[in-house]
Design a protein. Structure first.
Length: 134
């Protein structure tokens, strides 16, 4: 019998150039969160470090959904990955993005159009390389 065995791949490993994200529950200080990728986990740990240093007041993971009123087809809502609150009570949003498909790009464009006063920064692979987190 000639059985074909599939190789076991750890979460976060690559298969033909596609990165498999690691989803699951993580503990970051006193928070227990379900995160969708290892990059989100690493970024959350970075934010917690900034909070301990006193550089930010607070951070939250996926605290709010923004709805695009009047959209009947396609992307009608968006939930940024992180909300960061500064000591002066201003805030901004962070989206951690491993790849940018059409749907993701549409979400970001609509967010900018429907919520122009909200500040959003997209964190890509180069940020993690620069911080030596990959």
């Amino acid at each position: 019998m000639n059985a074909t065995r599939k190789p076991i791949r750890a979460p976060g490993s690559t298969i033909m150039g596609i990165v498999r994200s690691r989803q699951g529950w993580v503990q970051i200080d006193d928070r227990r969160l379900y995160m969708r990728s290892t990059w989100e986990v690493k970024f959350a740990q970075h934010l917690q470090h900034l909070k301990h240093l006193g550089l930010i007041l607070e951070w939250e993971y996926e605290p709010q959904t923004f709805w695009f009123e009047g959209i009947k087809r396609g992307v009608c809502s968006y939930k940024p990955d992180f909300k960061i609150t500064n000591h002066d009570s201003t805030h901004y949003w962070i989206e951690v993005k491993g790849y940018m498909d059409k749907r993701s790009l549409t979400k970001l464009k609509r967010f900018k159009k429907y919520f122009p006063k909200e500040e959003l920064t997209v964190i890509r692979k180069d940020w993690f390389i620069k911080k030596r987190l990959l």
